[in-house]
Design a protein around this ligand. Structure first.
Ligand SMILES: Nc1ncnc2c1ncn2[C@@H]1O[C@H](COP(=O)(O)OP(=O)(O)O)[C@@H](O)[C@H]1O
Ligand SMILES: [Mg+2]
Length: 313
């Protein structure tokens, strides 16, 4: 990755991966937390062992215990076979608990018990099984916040904290965007047997102005659509999915709207002048010399205007 944030993150990952410490990844959905967890595993001394992911948000509460710890045959109605749980499967490798903040409180207690002595019993079982696995967890929201809200056990939080790393959203990593576009274009073209997508300047610009709420996952999906649906021409703005275009359109509309200002002739002139200055100041994000430039007056005029208003209040 090109962005400074991701390069620093990678440097940290390389340092900690070979040390057997727990890792907590915090970041929005689709930012690449699972990709990074796998990278830690692949750079660790456990790389020959299994990497076992569980998405805690996707497992219904009733099935959680079996999923994690497994069960013995006949442990409950429907348990017709012995099942090995994910914890057991991760022995010698890495257990990745994605969206751990979504784990039911009852399961949090059981997970904590396992982490304290690294032993567990299958549901309905009578023997303790020892497991040696590195734990990596991921969450959308900082867990200390979840602890304060009463949704996450404080004792488990301290146990799993390990080294905490934040993964920034794609909209804050514009340097990575073009690299990922190129990478996905190549990869998906190969997969679908087409030529790599090339963008018109306007389409590339629109990808840059989108704010990517679904992060890298959303970008990958867009690139996949383009690989599947497009003919051999360059990708134009109208070839992009509506969600990408709509967001950009909304932005344009908002700017245009705030640039037109209705002035009423019944308002005192002073009031209208104030509104012009306020709007310009907002559009220029508080930069007075750009306000001066936009309104075609000198910077001193702008400064005098705001100074007079402050004194008048
Ligand atoms: N640095 C990256 N390079 C290539 N693909 C990535 C990268 N980061 C994320 N992805 C892709 O984006 C999607 C979401 O990544 P994932 O790790 O599951 O995100 P998260 O766990 O944060 O929701 C996956 O398809 C993944 O392959
Ligand atoms: Mg994920």
């Amino acid at each position: 990755m090109r962005s400074r944030a991701m390069r620093e993150l990678d440097r940290t990952l390389r340092t900690i991966a070979p040390k057997d410490v727990g890792v907590a990844l915090i970041g929005e959905s689709g930012t690449g937390k699972e990709v990074l967890a796998r990278r830690v595993h692949d750079l660790s001394l456990r790389r020959a062992g299994p990497f076992v992911p569980i998405n805690c948000a996707a497992v219904p509460e009733a099935l959680f215990e079996s999923e994690l710890f497994g069960h013995e045959k006949g442990a409950f109605t429907g348990a017709t076979e012995r099942l090995h749980g994910k914890i057991e499967a991760a022995n010698g490798g890495t257990l990745f608990l994605d969206e751990i903040g979504e784990m039911p409180l009852s399961m949090q207690a059981k997970l904590l018990r396992f982490l304290e002595n690294r032993k567990f019993m299958r549901v309905g079982g009578t023997v303790k099984i020892s497991v040696d696995a590195r734990l990596i967890v991921a969450t959308l929201r900082p867990l200390d916040q979840e602890v304060r809200a009463g949704r996450f056990r404080a004792d488990l939080y301290y146990r799993i904290q390990g080294i905490t790393l934040s993964v920034p959203p794609l909209r804050e990593r514009s340097a990575d965007l073009s690299l990922l576009v190129e990478q996905f274009a190549q990869e998906l073209a190969a997969r679908h047997g087409v030529k790599p997508a090339r963008m018109t300047r306007a389409a590339a610009e629109m990808l840059r102005s989108h704010d990517w709420p679904g992060n890298v996952r959303e970008l990958r999906n867009v690139m996949e659509l383009l690989a599947v649906l497009r003919d051999d021409r360059k990708v134009r703005v109208q070839d992009l999915p509506a969600a990408v275009r709509a967001a950009a359109r909304g932005e344009d509309a908002r700017t245009a709207e705030s640039e037109t200002l209705e002035i009423s002739l019944t308002d005192p002139l002073e009031r209208s002048v104030e509104r012009i200055y306020d709007t310009a100041l907002r559009l220029e994000r508080g930069n007075r010399s750009r306000v001066a430039h936009r309104l075609g007056v000198s910077i001193r005029t702008v400064q005098r205007h705001f100074a007079t208003r402050t004194r008048a209040r």
